[in-house]
Design a protein around this ligand. Structure first.
Ligand code: SF4
Ligand code: ZN
Length: 759
């Protein structure tokens, strides 16, 4: 570490620890040590402090030893030029800084308004609070930690490589245009971007807002605040990844830092002048193995071009070779990715709009809409089927019918997308698997929004996209490019026909509906008994090293993203990948769901941590969970049944815990009888906790599930021989504690009350 950086980092650390101490003293005097001090929407207390010290901070008083510990990490500031601190002293200063910064944020929350869910706005804080900025996809501001739910829902993208890493940008870019270019370059690569800090009062957050860039969870751009201290949330996020997905515990400092160094591809981009506090915070990030790339001259680091010097890279913006600032911005991002070794995987998709998973969640509002296909005023369907190699002209996109030129702005138009694929390894079973991807492929184009599937597809196209030249043929180009890129192992040729002609749409819709029906019937016939192989999914092992999902025709992966057919297709595509066939072997117990093959597989794949899994039980050897589960099922002993909480439900449950808190118990790759993470469609399966009594055990479930799967649940109730069953199940509107729950169940004569005791 250069003497210069060390000196400034240590100096910065001293002053931020002093500031934290002063603030804490004031809070102790004014509010008292018992006053709660916590971040909203997370079960990880103050996550960085929890991870690095093992201490669970809940009150202001709990912060006292933290500041002491931070002070203990401070070494003297070098006073003359011959004095170069050891690397360890700088890293210590960095750690002290992070502890102090998180403590400061916690105290700021104490002084602010009560943090509301999804809107941790605190007016006391020197941070961005413009009222018209929807920053987090939940229509609130984001000025606090990322909530646990969001963290987990990114989990799967982080583990399957769709989100290759994260960038913490601190400061302010050379110009608004450069700011936009930088985040677009990151978005294009699906890199999650955290924003904080400023230079002379101006922050990249202001720059992006002025340029109308949509910020929020859905677009992978998360603004934390316009001061440097709010960068602490990025590092808190890193700690929480290790706790959530790595199965690590608070206080396993070394392991958490190593986990990040080895598995989390993150870097810091310091834009503009770097002051002491930024040096100190950067030293904190370096503890995690995250390099810092600055676009300014850092003394003692050769200022020309690109120079790496122990985790710090100085790349003065104006000295970057390039025809203009846009090229320089691109190179800056490129360099950062290179330095950290982020593995970026993107398909080249020939469309005139930005394209990447970062745009998947982007919405097209009515006012910005050029036109829509499907929805209320028109209809759209999509249908993918396999045919002979000779019948497919690869890459051909045909439009059958008029273009949308004639449709008034804001209007609607019928649309049919028919995709014909051929390939030597293609199977009929894979048709629905590929068809389902259309949603993601189209959504990844900026300015397009895709909802639904099959004959309830709904696509919106923005004015901006059309101005940039987006036409119907590009829908076909996207599908061609992505099917080749993502499914090249099974698909050799792809051609797309896009219908806008009314009569032709009628005809094709008929054909498509017959195919949908046939697929439904095939799926219904696909039972656990009917197959010889199940599949594993170990995709999440990059984050939860001992977790394995056992995926059967009647039980999908707990994240909901992988069913048995998906796994089968994935195995074809990547025979050495995370989805391996598991030969069931000898049936050991039909009721609980034990086979020799599944047990053997789990032992190996969990590195001997798990010996047996009862695929159909929550009470005995339940399947482990990584953290990506759509729902959590948990036993409520007093009700002799189980509750099912969905990720979307922030409310209190009869177990006395919210989803976030429960998730901490259910995840981590451990078997915990009585609690289990599940995919929501597993609830509908005849095999759902079959050995514990099946669906009739459900006594409480989030209203979100009741509503989003109303028809399916009604069918389940009928199958279980109790058509009114769903009305007998409580939800958060009816009961949030055990007393109210039991009273409701008794009144409704819920079947669980008269079932055999669970224990
Ligand atoms: Fe992770 Fe299981 Fe989903 Fe695979 S199926 S991605 S292991 S949660
Ligand atoms: Zn997972």
């Amino acid at each position: 570490m250069s003497r210069y950086i060390a000196t400034r980092a240590i100096r910065g650390a001293h002053s931020v620890v002093n500031e934290a101490e002063a603030l804490l003293k004031k809070a102790l005097a004014e509010k008292g040590p018992e006053t709660p001090a916590a971040f909203p929407n997370t079960a990880y207390h103050l996550p960085l402090i929890l991870g690095m010290t093992g201490r669970e901070v809940d009150t202001i008083g709990d912060l006292v030893p933290i500041i002491e510990q931070a002070r203990g990490l401070l070494h003297p500031v070098p006073r003359d030029r011959r004095w170069t601190p050891y690397l360890g002293e700088t890293l210590d200063a960095g750690m002290a800084t992070l502890l102090a910064e998180e403590a400061i944020e916690a105290v700021r929350f104490v002084y602010g308004e009560e943090p509301q869910p999804f809107s941790g706005v605190n007016l006391q804080r020197d941070s961005f609070t413009s009222p018209d900025m929807a920053t987090n996809g939940h229509d609130g501001h984001l000025n606090g930690p990322i909530d646990d739910i969001q963290l987990r829902s990114w989990g799967i993208q982080l583990v399957d490589g769709r989100m290759p890493g994260f960038a913490a940008i601190v400061g302010c870019a050379k110009s608004n245009e450069v700011a936009v270019k930088i985040v677009r370059e990151l978005q294009r690569r699906n890199i999650l971007t955290f924003l904080s800090g400023n230079c002379n009062g101006r922050s990249i957050i202001h720059q992006l807002q002025e340029e109308g860039v949509e910020m929020g969870y859905d677009t992978y751009i998360v603004p934390f605040g316009t001061d440097t201290i709010s960068a602490i949330y990025a590092l808190g996020f890193a700690v929480r990844s290790a706790l959530t997905f790595g199965g690590l515990k608070g206080g396993q400092t070394r392991e958490i830092l190593l986990y990040n160094k080895n598995r989390v591809y993150a870097f810091v981009l310091a834009l503009g002048e770097v002051d002491d506090l930024k040096y100190a915070t950067a030293a904190g990030a370096i503890n995690f193995g995250f390099p810092v790339i600055a676009d300014t001259v850092i003394p003692e680091i050769l200022p020309t071009g690109v120079t790496t010097y122990e985790h710090v890279v100085s790349m003065p913006f104006n000295a970057i070779e390039g025809a203009n600032d846009m090229e320089r911005a691109e190179k800056l991002v490129q360099k950062a990715i290179e330095v950290r070794g982020v593995k970026v995987r993107i398909a080249e998709v020939p469309v005139p709009v930005p394209y990447g998973s970062a745009f998947e969640g982007e919405r097209v509002r009515k006012a910005d809409m050029r036109l829509e296909f499907g929805g209320k005023y028109s209809r759209a369907f999509e249908y993918l089927y396999m045919t002979d190699l000779g019948a497919v002209d690869d890459g051909k996109v045909t439009i059958i019918g008029p273009d949308f030129e004639e449709i008034p702005v804001g209007g609607a138009m019928d649309l049919g997308i028919v995709v014909e694929v051929a390939g030597r390894k293609m199977q009929k079973d894979f048709e629905p698997v590929l068809e389902r991807q259309i949603h993601y492929f189209i959504n990844a184009a900026s300015g397009l929004q895709h909802v639904g599937q099959r004959d309830i597809a709904w696509i919106r196209l923005s004015k901006t996209a059309v101005e940039k030249g987006f036409r119907l043929e590009h829908l076909g180009k996207i599908l061609h490019a992505r099917l080749h890129a993502d499914f090249g192992a099974i698909v050799d040729k792809v051609q797309v026909k896009i219908y806008t002609d009314k009569t032709k749409i009628e005809k094709w819709l008929d054909t498509a509906r017959q195919a949908y029906d046939e697929r439904n019937r095939r799926l219904a016939d696909l039972t656990d008994e009917a197959v010889t192989d199940f599949y594993s999914c170990t995709l999440c092992q990059s984050f939860a090293p001992n977790h394995v999902c056992l995926v059967t025709p009647e039980r999908l992966g707990l994240c909901g993203a992988y069913n048995w057919l998906d796994c089968k297709a994935s195995y074809q595509i990547n025979p050495t990948g995370p989805n391996q066939p598991i030969v069931k072997g000898r049936l050991l117990n039909d009721d609980k769901g034990y086979w020799t093959g599944t047990n053997e597989f789990v032992q190996t794949a969990s590195h001997q941590l798990v010996q047996e899994v009862a695929i159909y039980s929550i009470m005995e050897n339940p399947m482990t969970a990584c953290g990506c589960f759509e729902c959590i099922a948990m036993v409520i002993p007093e009700a002799n049944g189980i509750m099912v909480v969905s990720r979307e439900d922030p409310s209190m449950t009869p177990a006395g815990m919210t989803f976030s808190t429960l998730a901490g118990l259910a995840g981590g790759g451990l078997q915990t009888p009585g609690i289990m993470g599940v995919g929501k469609f597993y609830l509908l399966s005849p095999k759902f906790i079959k050995s514990d009594g099946g669906f009739k055990r459900v006594v409480w479930m989030s209203s979100f599930l009741k509503e989003s799967m109303a028809d399916e649940l009604r069918a389940v109730a009928a199958r279980e021989g109790d058509p009114d069953l769903i009305d007998k199940i409580a939800d958060e509107r009816i009961a949030t504690d055990v007393e109210a729950l039991v009273a409701f169940l008794t009144e409704k004569e819920h079947p669980a009350l008269s079932m055999p005791a669970l224990f």
